[in-house]
Design a protein around this ligand. Structure first.
Ligand code: FES
Length: 93
């Protein structure tokens, strides 16, 4: 583990008390591309995994600066088109 985070830094990984600055520094200095690599480097993401979304965001921001993240679902036309459990039960024919 790294040294305790600066109080000005935001703790991203609550399980291992790893700050945004620590995670970003490891991504930058070691050119990390996978969440698992970040976990090996500083421990962040090795517990409940609720911080994985933010770690992935930091990785994406480092490797694609200025580029907005790709949409993960079908909201390209502006509408929300999530397909949940009920959409499987009530399919349109
Ligand atoms: S908050 Fe990062 S692993 Fe739980």
């Amino acid at each position: 583990m790294d040294s305790p985070p600066n109080p000005d830094e935001e703790i991203i990984c609550q399980c291992f008390q790893v700050s945004d600055a620590t995670i970003k520094a490891h991504i930058k200095n070691e050119n990390l591309k996978e969440i698992e690599q970040v976990t090996e480097a500083c421990g962040a993401g090795g517990g409940c995994q609720s911080c994985h979304m933010l770690i992935q965001l930091f990785i994406d921001q480092h490797h694609n600066p200025g580029k907005p993240p790709e949409p993960k679902n079908d909201d390209k036309e502006g509408g929300v088109k999530k397909r949940g459990f009920f959409s499987k039960l009530f399919q349109r024919y």
